[in-house]
Design a protein around this ligand. Structure first.
Ligand SMILES: Cc1cc2nc3c(=O)[nH]c(=O)nc-3n(C[C@H](O)[C@H](O)[C@H](O)COP(=O)(O)OP(=O)(O)OC[C@H]3O[C@@H](n4cnc5c(N)ncnc54)[C@H](O)[C@@H]3O)c2cc1C
Length: 529
């Protein structure tokens, strides 16, 4: 017998969960807030019995709409906060709600860190990071979180709790024949990062079920805890910000920097700089931020010198940072990115529609040029920034949503950029996942036979399709630009809650409990620290 879990299905609570980061507003049927593993089991058993769709959710900062839906939101951000760091074993066991920032603070105390560092670390939860195979600037050297997950504790659709470990196999739940393996080898993109589809490439390489679960965006199981492998803090770090007057030099500049084994190579284009840091000279086409970790301060300083000298013929400005304060100043521009874009006026909304493409490094220049020209031809400003060293950039479109035709313009942009990514051998998602936005694009990247394998994975774990339907695998009526949070067709929700959701985005206050937003007397969310 199953018990109905406590559901918050009043209009105000439902509205508070209607948006995440990204473009969508979808009012759920209800939200439930389990605080223990047993309560998650109860929710999942009830959903499996009643056929109720469940949307697992951490802090809601995910971009492509995996954290919103018409079903019942399972808010894991309010329990699941245990954290134990084991300095000797260099591991940490963290509840699903623990943020990267909290984990890092505890790890730093014993000289350790989780090297992949999402820029959203202040609020990205361990559950959300594993579910999206999150990454960050330093993934250039340390990969996405996949490499650092030792184990996950999950609740499957049968309601059972299991711990799935690295090296533990478990692939018998879903197996792939030899020709299936060949197909995967042919069809998976040869990019440095990929958070799109189920990671059949990693799974065939390791035989570990864990690789199917990492990046599965709440569609195969609910993660209640994560065991992380940690790494020692780097002895010495130094970096530089290099201004390029010509975007055509991007490919050469990035290749030069990547050959020096940096920990990060980040790009900020002119449109980004004009909005985020107007003090940067307008003649620059872009800024490249490079950082190196080395065993000694001398070695770190030396390699920065090599980077600067090697690019002298391409750069118009150079700033360097050799200590904590200098580096913090270089990185300030990165931290301002998303909040600055969210703070644009109502006539120019930042919409993450073509936002997470990643291409083989050698094609980065072509991708950035193609993105810019696709946007320019449509008269939509496009802000380009992100992880150039991985061939991976974010692109936020800034349409004037008060003008007729903006919706069609965005649809055209999505179509053209998808074609460009396919042509360049890229993936539509380097780190944010597919969500609802990209689900219907996957067949163009992977082909029908790999997509059939994705469907087999889903069936093996979630035969009744209750876990996040429409995410990774498209719903029958997939419409990537429907149910948006902007425009006349946006779902009606109470005005005060809509304003708080807007401030959540503006202030990147994703850590504020969502039910706070539903209370009539709550002040609007202030920035997370
Ligand atoms: C300003 C800003 C900067 C960002 N920078 C980065 C960045 O540098 N790198 C990066 O990778 N991402 C970045 N993101 C995206 C986002 O922060 C990450 O995807 C993050 O890992 C999501 O965590 P969350 O707790 O907010 O998850 P949510 O948004 O709540 O959920 C994201 C997805 O994970 C699933 N999920 C969440 N928790 C669980 C769980 N316990 N079990 C199963 N499934 C679950 C959800 O169903 C959903 O599909 C950024 C976002 C913002 C707003």
């Amino acid at each position: 017998m199953t018990t109905t879990p406590p559901l918050r299905n009043d209009d105000r609570s439902r509205a508070a969960y209607a948006e995440g980061a990204g473009i969508y507003r979808i009012v759920p049927a209800a939200a439930t807030i389990p605080r223990t593993v047993a309560e998650v089991q109860e929710v999942v058993r009830w959903a499996a019995t009643t056929g109720t769709p469940l949307v697992a959710r951490g802090n809601g900062s995910g971009m492509p709409g995996g954290n919103v839906g018409h079903g019942v939101i399972v808010d894991l951000s309010q329990g699941f906060s245990d954290l134990v760091v084991d300095g000797e074993r260099r591991t940490a066991r963290a509840g699903a709600a623990v943020t990267w920032a909290r984990l890092s603070e505890a790890a730093y105390g014993v000289g350790l860190r989780l090297p992949p560092d999402p820029s959203s670390g202040a609020f990205a939860s361990c559950g959300g990071m594993v579910a999206t195979n999150a990454a960050g600037p330093r993934s250039l050297r340390f990969g996405s979180v996949r490499r650092w997950v030792e184990a996950v504790e999950i609740v499957g659709t049968d309601g059972e709790v299991r711990t799935v470990r690295r090296g533990g196999g478990g692939g018998e739940r879903f197996s792939i024949a030899a020709d299936g393996r060949r197909l995967i080898a042919q069809r998976f993109p040869r990019t440095r990062k990929n958070s799109s589809g189920y990671a059949l490439d990693a799974f065939t390489a390791s035989g570990d079920e864990l690789d199917l679960l990492i990046g599965s965006e709440g569609t195969l199981a609910i993660v209640t805890a994560v065991e992380w492998r940690l790494d020692p803090l780097p002895p010495s770090v130094a970096g530089a910000a290099l201004g390029l007057p010509d975007l055509a030099a991007l490919g050469e500049a990035v290749s030069h920097l990547v050959a020096l084994d940096p920990s990060a190579v980040e790009l900020f284009d002119r449109t980004f700089l004009a909005r985020v840091q107007p003090s940067v000279p307008g003649a620059l086409a872009c800024l490249l931020l490079v950082e190196f970790e080395r065993e000694t301060a001398q070695a770190a300083r030396g390699v920065v010198g090599d980077a600067v000298r090697g690019l002298r013929h391409l750069t118009a400005s150079v700033d360097t940072g050799f200590d904590g304060a200098g580096l913090a100043q270089l990185w300030a521009v990165r931290r301002l990115a998303s909040p600055a874009l969210a703070r644009l006026p109502e006539t120019q909304r930042s919409l993450q529609v073509v936002e997470d493409g990643c291409v083989p490094l050698a094609r980065l220049g072509d991708y950035v040029a193609g993105l810019s020209s696709a946007a320019q031809r449509r008269g939509v400003p496009l802000v380009i920034f992100g992880h150039a060293g991985d061939g991976h950039v974010h692109a936020n479109a800034l349409p004037d949503t008060t003008r007729a035709g903006w919706h069609e313009t965005l649809a055209g942009l999505l179509e053209e950029v998808t074609g460009l990514l396919v042509q360049l051998g890229g993936t539509p998602s380097g780190e944010h996942g597919d969500g609802r936005l990209r689900a219907g694009l996957l067949e163009r990247f992977y082909g029908p036979a790999v997509l059939a394998q994705f469907r087999d994975v889903k069936r093996a774990y979630d035969p009744r399709g209750v876990l996040n339907p429409g995410v990774i695998l498209p719903a029958a009526d997939w419409a990537p630009l429907a149910e948006l949070k902007v425009g006349a067709d946006a779902a009606a929700i109470p005005e005060d809650i809509a304003a708080r959701l807007r401030d959540t985005e503006r202030n990147a206050a994703w850590g504020v409990p969502k039910l706070e937003l539903a209370k009539a007397d709550t002040p609007n969310p202030a920035p997370d620290t």
